[in-house]
Design a protein around this ligand. Structure first.
Ligand code: GLY
Ligand code: MN
Ligand code: MN
Length: 443
Protein backbone atom coordinates (compact mmCIF):
# COMPACT_ATOMS: atom_id res chain seq x y z
CA UNK A 1 0.00 0.00 0.00
CA UNK A 2 1.22 3.52 -0.76
CA UNK A 3 2.38 5.32 2.38
CA UNK A 4 -0.10 8.10 1.59
CA UNK A 5 -3.08 5.67 1.52
CA UNK A 6 -1.93 4.18 4.79
CA UNK A 7 -1.76 7.66 6.36
CA UNK A 8 -5.28 8.48 5.16
CA UNK A 9 -6.53 5.31 6.83
CA UNK A 10 -4.79 6.31 10.07
CA UNK A 11 -6.34 9.76 9.85
CA UNK A 12 -9.76 8.16 9.32
CA UNK A 13 -9.22 5.95 12.40
CA UNK A 14 -8.45 9.05 14.47
CA UNK A 15 -11.62 10.69 13.11
CA UNK A 16 -13.71 7.61 13.90
CA UNK A 17 -12.41 7.71 17.47
CA UNK A 18 -14.30 11.05 17.71
CA UNK A 19 -17.46 9.71 16.04
CA UNK A 20 -16.34 10.14 12.40
CA UNK A 21 -17.06 12.85 9.87
CA UNK A 22 -15.32 14.59 7.00
CA UNK A 23 -11.85 16.09 6.66
CA UNK A 24 -10.80 18.68 4.08
CA UNK A 25 -7.20 19.60 3.17
CA UNK A 26 -6.08 21.97 0.44
CA UNK A 27 -2.69 22.12 -1.20
CA UNK A 28 -0.74 25.39 -1.45
CA UNK A 29 -1.55 27.91 -4.19
CA UNK A 30 0.96 28.96 -6.82
CA UNK A 31 2.47 32.26 -5.72
CA UNK A 32 3.38 35.14 -8.05
CA UNK A 33 6.94 36.42 -7.77
CA UNK A 34 6.72 39.37 -10.11
CA UNK A 35 4.58 40.23 -13.11
CA UNK A 36 3.79 36.87 -14.76
CA UNK A 37 6.54 34.81 -13.10
CA UNK A 38 5.80 32.48 -10.23
CA UNK A 39 7.91 31.14 -7.40
CA UNK A 40 8.90 27.52 -7.99
CA UNK A 41 5.86 25.54 -6.88
CA UNK A 42 5.95 23.74 -3.54
CA UNK A 43 2.82 21.93 -2.36
CA UNK A 44 1.44 22.10 1.15
CA UNK A 45 3.20 19.68 3.50
CA UNK A 46 0.03 18.39 5.19
CA UNK A 47 -1.74 17.83 1.89
CA UNK A 48 1.25 16.08 0.37
CA UNK A 49 1.69 13.91 3.46
CA UNK A 50 -1.79 12.52 2.84
CA UNK A 51 -1.74 12.34 -0.95
CA UNK A 52 1.70 12.39 -2.57
CA UNK A 53 -0.07 14.52 -5.18
CA UNK A 54 2.26 17.20 -6.57
CA UNK A 55 -0.01 19.56 -8.54
CA UNK A 56 -1.44 22.92 -7.48
CA UNK A 57 -5.23 23.47 -7.42
CA UNK A 58 -6.04 20.33 -5.51
CA UNK A 59 -7.92 19.38 -2.37
CA UNK A 60 -8.47 16.15 -0.47
CA UNK A 61 -11.67 15.08 1.24
CA UNK A 62 -11.60 12.12 3.60
CA UNK A 63 -14.86 10.64 4.83
CA UNK A 64 -14.67 8.43 7.90
CA UNK A 65 -17.78 6.48 8.87
CA UNK A 66 -18.15 3.32 10.93
CA UNK A 67 -16.47 0.62 8.85
CA UNK A 68 -15.91 2.83 5.78
CA UNK A 69 -13.25 5.28 4.64
CA UNK A 70 -13.45 7.19 1.39
CA UNK A 71 -10.79 9.51 -0.01
CA UNK A 72 -11.77 11.92 -2.74
CA UNK A 73 -9.24 14.05 -4.60
CA UNK A 74 -10.23 17.25 -6.34
CA UNK A 75 -7.69 18.14 -9.03
CA UNK A 76 -7.24 19.94 -12.33
CA UNK A 77 -8.71 18.25 -15.36
CA UNK A 78 -6.59 17.14 -18.29
CA UNK A 79 -6.03 20.07 -20.65
CA UNK A 80 -3.96 19.38 -23.79
CA UNK A 81 -3.55 23.09 -24.51
CA UNK A 82 -2.27 23.96 -21.01
CA UNK A 83 -0.19 20.80 -20.90
CA UNK A 84 1.57 21.94 -24.08
CA UNK A 85 2.70 25.08 -22.24
CA UNK A 86 3.08 23.98 -18.62
CA UNK A 87 3.53 20.23 -18.70
CA UNK A 88 1.74 17.08 -17.64
CA UNK A 89 -1.36 17.04 -15.44
CA UNK A 90 -2.72 13.79 -14.06
CA UNK A 91 -6.42 14.63 -14.37
CA UNK A 92 -8.94 12.94 -12.07
CA UNK A 93 -8.92 9.51 -13.67
CA UNK A 94 -5.17 8.91 -13.67
CA UNK A 95 -4.88 10.53 -10.22
CA UNK A 96 -7.21 7.95 -8.65
CA UNK A 97 -5.32 5.13 -10.24
CA UNK A 98 -1.85 6.40 -9.40
CA UNK A 99 -2.47 7.65 -5.84
CA UNK A 100 -5.16 5.23 -4.67
CA UNK A 101 -8.11 7.59 -4.13
CA UNK A 102 -11.53 6.02 -4.17
CA UNK A 103 -12.70 8.89 -6.37
CA UNK A 104 -11.24 11.96 -8.05
CA UNK A 105 -13.26 14.91 -9.29
CA UNK A 106 -12.49 18.14 -11.14
CA UNK A 107 -11.23 20.94 -8.89
CA UNK A 108 -13.85 23.20 -10.47
CA UNK A 109 -16.65 21.08 -8.99
CA UNK A 110 -15.67 21.74 -5.33
CA UNK A 111 -18.39 24.30 -4.65
CA UNK A 112 -21.02 22.00 -6.06
CA UNK A 113 -19.80 18.81 -4.37
CA UNK A 114 -18.78 20.01 -0.92
CA UNK A 115 -22.25 20.88 0.40
CA UNK A 116 -23.29 17.32 -0.54
CA UNK A 117 -20.21 15.78 1.08
CA UNK A 118 -20.71 17.81 4.28
CA UNK A 119 -24.39 16.98 4.64
CA UNK A 120 -25.29 14.70 7.54
CA UNK A 121 -21.69 14.33 8.75
CA UNK A 122 -21.38 14.67 12.51
CA UNK A 123 -18.05 16.56 12.48
CA UNK A 124 -15.62 18.43 10.29
CA UNK A 125 -11.78 18.40 10.39
CA UNK A 126 -9.92 21.22 8.68
CA UNK A 127 -7.10 23.71 9.22
CA UNK A 128 -9.00 25.87 11.72
CA UNK A 129 -8.35 29.55 11.09
CA UNK A 130 -5.26 28.96 8.94
CA UNK A 131 -6.56 30.57 5.76
CA UNK A 132 -9.19 33.31 5.38
CA UNK A 133 -10.15 32.20 1.88
CA UNK A 134 -10.75 28.62 3.02
CA UNK A 135 -12.71 29.81 6.06
CA UNK A 136 -14.95 31.89 3.79
CA UNK A 137 -15.44 29.01 1.39
CA UNK A 138 -16.34 26.64 4.21
CA UNK A 139 -18.80 29.16 5.53
CA UNK A 140 -20.54 29.17 2.17
CA UNK A 141 -20.59 25.39 1.95
CA UNK A 142 -21.92 25.01 5.49
CA UNK A 143 -24.48 27.75 4.80
CA UNK A 144 -25.76 25.87 1.84
CA UNK A 145 -26.08 22.65 3.90
CA UNK A 146 -27.94 24.52 6.62
CA UNK A 147 -30.26 26.05 4.03
CA UNK A 148 -31.56 22.55 3.39
CA UNK A 149 -32.50 22.02 7.05
CA UNK A 150 -36.19 21.75 6.23
CA UNK A 151 -35.49 18.71 4.08
CA UNK A 152 -34.05 17.03 7.18
CA UNK A 153 -30.36 17.51 6.27
CA UNK A 154 -27.97 18.51 9.07
CA UNK A 155 -24.60 20.25 8.94
CA UNK A 156 -21.58 19.08 11.00
CA UNK A 157 -22.16 20.13 14.62
CA UNK A 158 -18.50 19.96 15.64
CA UNK A 159 -15.20 21.12 14.14
CA UNK A 160 -11.75 19.74 14.94
CA UNK A 161 -8.29 21.02 14.06
CA UNK A 162 -7.02 18.76 11.29
CA UNK A 163 -3.46 19.98 11.91
CA UNK A 164 -3.53 18.76 15.51
CA UNK A 165 -4.15 15.19 14.30
CA UNK A 166 -1.63 15.40 11.47
CA UNK A 167 1.03 17.12 13.61
CA UNK A 168 1.00 14.14 15.91
CA UNK A 169 1.21 11.68 13.02
CA UNK A 170 4.01 13.62 11.31
CA UNK A 171 6.05 13.73 14.51
CA UNK A 172 6.68 9.98 14.19
CA UNK A 173 8.41 9.28 10.90
CA UNK A 174 7.44 6.12 8.99
CA UNK A 175 9.84 3.93 6.99
CA UNK A 176 9.11 5.73 3.75
CA UNK A 177 9.88 9.09 5.33
CA UNK A 178 13.05 7.86 7.00
CA UNK A 179 14.42 6.46 3.76
CA UNK A 180 13.94 9.87 2.12
CA UNK A 181 15.37 11.74 5.10
CA UNK A 182 18.49 9.56 5.19
CA UNK A 183 19.09 10.28 1.53
CA UNK A 184 18.47 14.03 1.97
CA UNK A 185 20.97 14.02 4.85
CA UNK A 186 23.58 12.22 2.72
CA UNK A 187 23.23 14.71 -0.11
CA UNK A 188 23.57 17.64 2.27
CA UNK A 189 26.59 16.06 3.94
CA UNK A 190 28.21 15.65 0.50
CA UNK A 191 27.52 19.33 -0.17
CA UNK A 192 29.31 20.34 3.04
CA UNK A 193 32.28 18.16 2.08
CA UNK A 194 32.32 19.82 -1.33
CA UNK A 195 32.28 23.25 0.34
CA UNK A 196 35.24 22.32 2.56
CA UNK A 197 37.18 21.11 -0.48
CA UNK A 198 36.74 24.26 -2.55
CA UNK A 199 36.94 26.98 0.09
CA UNK A 200 39.95 29.30 -0.30
CA UNK A 201 40.80 32.73 1.08
CA UNK A 202 39.57 35.37 -1.34
CA UNK A 203 36.45 33.43 -2.47
CA UNK A 204 33.10 35.12 -2.06
CA UNK A 205 30.56 33.47 0.22
CA UNK A 206 28.19 33.07 -2.73
CA UNK A 207 30.76 31.03 -4.64
CA UNK A 208 30.62 28.48 -1.83
CA UNK A 209 26.82 28.72 -1.75
CA UNK A 210 26.82 27.88 -5.46
CA UNK A 211 28.85 24.73 -4.74
CA UNK A 212 26.28 23.65 -2.14
CA UNK A 213 23.36 24.24 -4.50
CA UNK A 214 25.17 22.39 -7.27
CA UNK A 215 25.67 19.34 -5.07
CA UNK A 216 22.04 19.43 -3.90
CA UNK A 217 20.58 19.67 -7.38
CA UNK A 218 22.87 17.23 -9.12
CA UNK A 219 21.69 14.61 -6.63
CA UNK A 220 18.02 15.20 -7.36
CA UNK A 221 17.12 17.60 -4.58
CA UNK A 222 14.42 19.97 -5.75
CA UNK A 223 15.14 22.91 -3.43
CA UNK A 224 17.28 23.97 -0.51
CA UNK A 225 15.21 23.21 2.62
CA UNK A 226 15.78 26.83 3.77
CA UNK A 227 17.92 29.80 2.79
CA UNK A 228 21.56 28.68 2.98
CA UNK A 229 23.73 30.59 5.43
CA UNK A 230 27.33 30.98 4.25
CA UNK A 231 28.92 33.24 6.79
CA UNK A 232 32.62 34.06 6.97
CA UNK A 233 34.28 35.59 10.04
CA UNK A 234 32.08 37.99 12.04
CA UNK A 235 29.10 37.25 9.75
CA UNK A 236 28.78 33.93 11.60
CA UNK A 237 27.65 35.88 14.68
CA UNK A 238 24.53 36.99 12.75
CA UNK A 239 22.24 34.04 13.41
CA UNK A 240 20.09 34.44 10.30
CA UNK A 241 22.80 35.90 8.05
CA UNK A 242 21.46 36.23 4.52
CA UNK A 243 24.02 38.36 2.67
CA UNK A 244 26.28 35.53 1.45
CA UNK A 245 28.35 38.01 -0.55
CA UNK A 246 31.42 38.86 1.56
CA UNK A 247 34.97 37.88 0.66
CA UNK A 248 36.45 35.09 2.80
CA UNK A 249 39.56 36.12 4.68
CA UNK A 250 42.61 34.03 5.46
CA UNK A 251 42.48 33.26 9.19
CA UNK A 252 38.68 33.46 9.48
CA UNK A 253 36.25 30.65 10.12
CA UNK A 254 33.41 29.91 7.70
CA UNK A 255 30.06 28.84 9.13
CA UNK A 256 27.75 27.09 6.68
CA UNK A 257 24.19 26.20 7.64
CA UNK A 258 22.68 24.52 4.60
CA UNK A 259 20.51 21.50 3.85
CA UNK A 260 18.62 20.24 0.85
CA UNK A 261 14.99 19.29 0.51
CA UNK A 262 14.51 15.95 -1.21
CA UNK A 263 11.07 14.76 -2.31
CA UNK A 264 9.52 16.96 0.33
CA UNK A 265 11.85 16.18 3.24
CA UNK A 266 14.35 18.55 4.81
CA UNK A 267 17.86 18.11 6.09
CA UNK A 268 19.63 20.71 8.19
CA UNK A 269 23.40 20.71 8.69
CA UNK A 270 25.81 23.29 10.04
CA UNK A 271 29.57 22.97 9.83
CA UNK A 272 32.18 25.55 10.76
CA UNK A 273 35.72 25.31 9.40
CA UNK A 274 38.80 27.49 8.81
CA UNK A 275 38.94 29.28 5.47
CA UNK A 276 42.67 28.46 5.17
CA UNK A 277 42.28 24.85 6.32
CA UNK A 278 43.93 25.25 9.77
CA UNK A 279 42.14 26.19 12.99
CA UNK A 280 43.86 28.98 14.93
CA UNK A 281 44.40 28.45 18.66
CA UNK A 282 41.45 30.51 19.93
CA UNK A 283 39.19 29.17 17.17
CA UNK A 284 40.17 25.64 18.11
CA UNK A 285 39.46 26.25 21.81
CA UNK A 286 35.92 27.39 21.08
CA UNK A 287 35.40 24.78 18.37
CA UNK A 288 36.38 21.93 20.70
CA UNK A 289 33.99 23.37 23.27
CA UNK A 290 31.03 23.38 20.86
CA UNK A 291 31.96 19.88 19.71
CA UNK A 292 32.02 18.64 23.29
CA UNK A 293 28.66 20.31 23.93
CA UNK A 294 27.27 18.56 20.86
CA UNK A 295 28.62 15.20 22.06
CA UNK A 296 26.89 15.71 25.40
CA UNK A 297 23.66 16.64 23.63
CA UNK A 298 23.84 13.59 21.36
CA UNK A 299 24.36 11.36 24.41
CA UNK A 300 21.28 12.92 26.01
CA UNK A 301 19.14 12.21 22.93
CA UNK A 302 17.55 8.94 23.94
CA UNK A 303 14.10 7.41 24.11
CA UNK A 304 12.49 8.29 27.41
CA UNK A 305 14.48 11.53 27.80
CA UNK A 306 12.68 14.87 27.55
CA UNK A 307 12.97 17.11 24.47
CA UNK A 308 14.94 19.63 26.55
CA UNK A 309 17.56 17.08 27.67
CA UNK A 310 19.97 17.67 24.75
CA UNK A 311 19.67 21.44 25.23
CA UNK A 312 20.29 21.24 28.97
CA UNK A 313 23.30 18.97 28.39
CA UNK A 314 24.76 21.32 25.76
CA UNK A 315 24.21 24.39 27.94
CA UNK A 316 26.07 22.85 30.88
CA UNK A 317 29.12 22.11 28.76
CA UNK A 318 29.06 25.47 26.98
CA UNK A 319 28.56 27.48 30.17
CA UNK A 320 31.45 25.72 31.90
CA UNK A 321 33.63 26.32 28.85
CA UNK A 322 32.71 30.00 28.78
CA UNK A 323 33.86 30.30 32.39
CA UNK A 324 37.04 28.32 31.75
CA UNK A 325 38.12 30.49 28.84
CA UNK A 326 37.28 33.80 30.51
CA UNK A 327 34.17 34.74 28.55
CA UNK A 328 32.10 34.60 31.74
CA UNK A 329 32.81 34.94 35.45
CA UNK A 330 31.02 33.04 38.18
CA UNK A 331 29.99 29.50 38.97
CA UNK A 332 28.43 27.02 36.56
CA UNK A 333 25.09 26.97 38.39
CA UNK A 334 25.25 30.74 38.69
CA UNK A 335 25.68 31.47 34.97
CA UNK A 336 23.02 28.91 34.07
CA UNK A 337 20.58 30.27 36.65
CA UNK A 338 21.11 33.90 35.61
CA UNK A 339 21.10 33.06 31.90
CA UNK A 340 24.45 34.87 31.48
CA UNK A 341 25.55 32.17 29.00
CA UNK A 342 22.86 33.44 26.60
CA UNK A 343 25.08 36.35 25.65
CA UNK A 344 27.12 33.82 23.65
CA UNK A 345 24.57 31.04 23.11
CA UNK A 346 21.18 32.59 22.50
CA UNK A 347 19.25 29.89 20.63
CA UNK A 348 17.96 26.48 21.59
CA UNK A 349 19.71 23.26 20.67
CA UNK A 350 16.97 21.35 18.84
CA UNK A 351 13.85 21.51 16.74
CA UNK A 352 11.77 18.78 15.13
CA UNK A 353 12.62 18.14 11.49
CA UNK A 354 10.70 16.45 8.70
CA UNK A 355 8.77 17.78 5.72
CA UNK A 356 9.38 21.24 7.15
CA UNK A 357 12.82 22.11 8.43
CA UNK A 358 11.25 23.42 11.63
CA UNK A 359 8.74 20.63 11.58
CA UNK A 360 5.33 20.47 13.17
CA UNK A 361 4.73 18.58 16.41
CA UNK A 362 4.14 19.58 20.00
CA UNK A 363 7.24 20.34 22.05
CA UNK A 364 5.28 19.74 25.26
CA UNK A 365 3.44 16.62 26.36
CA UNK A 366 -0.10 16.71 24.98
CA UNK A 367 -3.02 16.96 27.39
CA UNK A 368 -3.56 18.84 30.61
CA UNK A 369 -0.68 19.51 33.02
CA UNK A 370 -0.53 17.05 35.91
CA UNK A 371 -1.89 18.26 39.26
CA UNK A 372 0.57 20.66 40.86
CA UNK A 373 2.49 21.20 37.59
CA UNK A 374 2.92 24.80 36.44
CA UNK A 375 2.69 23.84 32.78
CA UNK A 376 2.97 20.89 30.46
CA UNK A 377 6.36 19.17 30.71
CA UNK A 378 8.69 18.88 27.72
CA UNK A 379 7.82 16.10 25.32
CA UNK A 380 9.29 12.67 25.98
CA UNK A 381 11.44 11.45 23.08
CA UNK A 382 10.30 8.27 21.34
CA UNK A 383 11.77 6.18 18.51
CA UNK A 384 10.81 7.65 15.14
CA UNK A 385 11.10 11.30 16.15
CA UNK A 386 13.70 13.36 14.28
CA UNK A 387 15.33 16.44 15.77
CA UNK A 388 18.37 18.58 15.16
CA UNK A 389 21.24 18.91 17.63
CA UNK A 390 22.88 22.27 17.03
CA UNK A 391 24.83 23.95 19.81
CA UNK A 392 26.94 26.98 18.99
CA UNK A 393 28.87 29.90 20.37
CA UNK A 394 28.82 33.45 19.01
CA UNK A 395 31.28 35.99 20.36
CA UNK A 396 30.85 39.55 19.17
CA UNK A 397 33.71 41.98 19.70
CA UNK A 398 33.37 43.88 22.99
CA UNK A 399 35.71 45.51 25.50
CA UNK A 400 34.92 42.97 28.23
CA UNK A 401 35.60 39.96 25.99
CA UNK A 402 39.13 38.53 25.51
CA UNK A 403 40.28 39.80 22.15
CA UNK A 404 41.40 36.43 20.86
CA UNK A 405 37.74 35.34 20.71
CA UNK A 406 36.35 38.44 18.99
CA UNK A 407 34.06 37.79 16.00
CA UNK A 408 34.20 34.01 16.24
CA UNK A 409 30.90 32.30 15.48
CA UNK A 410 30.65 28.50 15.55
CA UNK A 411 27.75 26.09 15.23
CA UNK A 412 27.79 22.34 14.70
CA UNK A 413 24.44 20.90 13.64
CA UNK A 414 23.40 17.33 12.92
CA UNK A 415 20.06 15.60 12.39
CA UNK A 416 19.20 12.81 14.81
CA UNK A 417 16.62 10.04 14.63
CA UNK A 418 15.57 8.73 18.04
CA UNK A 419 15.95 4.94 18.05
CA UNK A 420 15.12 2.18 20.55
CA UNK A 421 18.52 2.54 22.18
CA UNK A 422 19.65 6.14 21.64
CA UNK A 423 19.83 8.06 18.42
CA UNK A 424 21.08 7.64 14.88
CA UNK A 425 22.89 10.66 13.44
CA UNK A 426 21.73 10.97 9.85
CA UNK A 427 24.39 13.51 8.88
CA UNK A 428 27.61 11.78 9.96
CA UNK A 429 29.14 11.97 6.48
CA UNK A 430 29.95 15.64 7.01
CA UNK A 431 33.18 15.64 9.07
CA UNK A 432 33.28 17.65 12.26
CA UNK A 433 36.38 16.61 14.21
CA UNK A 434 39.01 19.34 13.66
CA UNK A 435 41.60 16.82 12.50
CA UNK A 436 39.17 15.31 9.97
CA UNK A 437 38.24 18.72 8.62
CA UNK A 438 41.88 19.78 8.33
CA UNK A 439 42.83 16.52 6.61
CA UNK A 440 39.97 16.87 4.13
CA UNK A 441 40.93 20.47 3.35
CA UNK A 442 44.58 19.51 2.90
CA UNK A 443 43.66 16.61 0.61
N1 GLY B 1 18.75 26.16 9.40
C1 GLY B 1 17.73 26.47 10.31
C2 GLY B 1 18.03 25.96 11.64
O1 GLY B 1 19.13 25.52 11.89
O2 GLY B 1 17.18 25.92 12.48
MN1 MN C 1 18.32 23.61 12.63
MN1 MN D 1 20.45 24.78 10.40
Amino acid sequence: MLPYSERRLRLADAMRAQGGGVAIAFTAPERPRNRDSEYPYRWDSYFYYLTGFPEPEAALVVIAEAGRTESILFCREKNPERETWDGFRYGPEAASERFGFERSLPFGSLDEELPRLLADRPALWYALGADDALDARLQRWLGSVRAQARTGVTAPARAFDLYAVLDEMRLFKDTHELATMRRAAQISAAAHVRAMRVTRAGCREYEIEAELLHEFRRNGSQFPAYGSIVAGGANACVLHYRGNDARLADGDLLLIDAGCELDGYASDITRTFPVNGRFGAAQRTLYELVLEAQRAAVDATQPGARFAAPHDAAVRVLAQGMIDCGLLQGTLDGVIESGAYRRFYMHRTSHWMGMDVHDCGEYREPGEPAAGEAGRPWRILHPGMVLTIEPGIYVRAADDVPQAFHDIGIRIEDDALVTDTGCEILTLDAPKRPEDIEALMRG
